[in-house]
Ligand binder design. Structure first.
Ligand SMILES: Cc1cc2nc3c(=O)[nH]c(=O)nc-3n(C[C@H](O)[C@H](O)[C@H](O)COP(=O)(O)OP(=O)(O)OC[C@H]3O[C@@H](n4cnc5c(N)ncnc54)[C@H](O)[C@@H]3O)c2cc1C
Length: 324
């Protein structure tokens, strides 16, 4: 019996969420028993995976053939299904991102397992198995009971935190039984935007809205983000108007993020925007309108003109960082 953790392998590096999932699995194992096994697909060195032992994972199953470096959801689902059966996995954990949203439901069909996305915390009860999930784009929480013997959860990013529970880690190669190794679709070409800090993983995010007046004014947000090692984000109209890449759009119809600090600059705080950032540990709003709804959800607010406040804030952070 095991708890199976999907380890996200991006070009031979592990995504930080894999550590959080492992720490979560460790807590589950304390209550449910069993060991924590990871599955990683695609080429990756053991030295990167070794870190997972720090958080309680005892075994990593590697499906390391280069043919699997590109993710095809149908193929990955079949691989995870076979590993889950071999390991008698009672729980399978995914990160709640595009990957978890693609693989979780598919695996749920193949394993006849209940799937709960957007899980926020450890189960409130283990028998029956009840977990708390985000509902209505973060306006509510729902407790969901999973009645199937196998359970699949996708865990909200940064919802749980990372605790160390060091153990000995071993590796095992796995040869999946597949009738084909590619999907009916074939990836022909891919354009990847390099550079900057990954928005979903970022601890600090600097986000701009229509109050920034135009894409040409983003240099000041870029400077603040560069000073703090932050990622950049934006509201939907900013992306719709082509001021910034749609990749940076956060909210109900964009990315859902949960950084430690979120700076909302010139953003009114519409419900659809807040839905994507309400998991932020600390929300700092900068807005010239004291009645802007963003202040209702902000931990700290600065009422003022962003064009004056942001350069001053950046100068203060630069001075502070230089003196430490
Ligand atoms: C179905 C649906 C889905 C949606 N999904 C999303 C989504 O995923 N994400 C999203 O963001 N939106 C989404 N929206 C749009 C959302 O409703 C809002 O229209 C949008 O979030 C507003 O963007 P904004 O805050 O940048 O602009 P505005 O609402 O125009 O706000 C601009 C703010 O800037 C302030 N401001 C102006 N000048 C300055 C200055 N010099 N200094 C400081 N502040 C200033 C103003 O006081 C104002 O509060 C969705 C809408 C619908 C209907």
């Amino acid at each position: 019996m095991s708890i199976l953790v999907y380890i996200q392998n991006v070009k031979g590096q592990i995504k930080k969420q894999s550590f959080e999932l492992t720490a979560y699995a460790w807590q589950l194992a304390q209550k449910m028993g069993g060991s924590i096994t990871g599955i990683v697909i695609g080429e990756i060195d053991n030295e990167h995976l070794q870190q997972l032992g720090k958080y309680g994972m005892t075994k990593v199953i590697k499906v390391g053939d280069a043919v699997f470096n590109t993710r095809f959801n149908g193929v990955y689902t079949r691989i995870i299904e076979q590993v889950a059966k071999q390991e008698a996995a009672r729980v399978v954990l995914f990160p709640d991102n595009n990957l978890g949203k693609a693989l979780g439901p598919r695996l749920s069909v193949r394993l006849k397992a209940g799937f709960v996305p957007e899980v926020m915390a450890l189960p409130v009860s283990y028998d029956p198995f009840i977990v708390t999930k985000r509902a209505f784009t973060g306006r509510a929480l729902a407790n969901v009971q999973v009645n199937s013997s196998r359970k699949i959860l996708s865990l909200m990013i940064n919802a749980f935190g990372i605790n160390e529970n060091p153990v000995e880690l071993s590796f095992q190669e796995f040869q999946p039984q597949l009738d084909r190794t590619t999907s009916r679709l074939q990836l022909v070409n891919r354009l990847v935007y390099e550079g900057g800090v990954n928005l979903v993983d970022a601890d600090i995010v600097v986000s701009g809205g229509r109050g920034m007046k135009g894409g040409e004014n983003w240099a000041m947000l870029e400077e603040l983000a560069g000073t703090l090692g932050a990622a950049l984000a934006c509201s939907r109209p900013v992306a719709d108007d082509g001021w910034r890449s749609p990749d940076e759009h956060v909210g109900q119809t964009g990315k859902i993020i949960a950084p430690k600090i979120y700076f909302a600059v010139g953003i009114s705080g519409a419900i659809q925007h807040v839905a994507g950032v309400s998991g932020s540990k600390c929300l700092v709003a900068i807005n010239s309108d004291p009645d802007a709804p963003i202040f209702d959800v902000a931990d700290y607010g600065i009422v003022g003109d962003a064009f004056k406040v942001i350069p001053e804030l950046t100068a203060v952070f630069k001075a502070h960082l230089a003196s430490h």
